[in-house]
Unconditional design. Structure first.
Length: 136
């Protein structure tokens, strides 16, 4: 696993409590899992993603990631409608490991309760969370 100082945690992202990241983009938002999360999972071998048009409430399970170590549910950090899915992940789930913020993003969403963004962590707050040994 990477040392803390090698993890990439971009300042322009918001983070959910289960290691999902969100990047706002022109009224929509792109979602994925953090560098920390992909590092903890190890080699990702499969991802089951939602379909365009699916809707989720905050904290609903929306995807499953399978690594050589474990199978993990991903939880929606805000209430949304799915408007795009990264189809490249189906053929190359390791993109999540290689490039969690650029090529390895998972979905694009239309938020249905934008005020829920206020419940998310900034990059600095997220770094504080992952440095705490009991928060994993």
């Amino acid at each position: 696993m990477k040392p803390m100082d090698e993890l990439i945690i971009p300042d322009d992202l918001l983070f959910g409590s289960n290691h999902e990241w969100i990047r706002r983009e022109n009224g929509h938002a792109r979602v994925g899992i953090s560098d920390y999360a992909q590092d903890q999972l190890g080699e990702i071998v499969f991802a089951e993603l939602p379909q365009v048009g699916d809707t989720f409430k905050k904290d609903d399970a929306f995807a499953t990631i399978e690594s050589v170590k474990t199978v993990s549910e991903l939880y929606m950090p805000v209430s949304v409608e799915i408007i795009e899915v990264n189809d490249a992940i189906g053929d190359a789930p390791d993109l999540i490991n290689q490039s969690p913020y650029e090529k390895g993003w998972l979905i694009v969403i239309r938020p249905s309760a934008p005020e829920e963004f206020d419940t998310l962590m900034t990059a600095g707050e997220y770094i504080g969370k992952i440095k705490e040994p009991d928060s994993q």
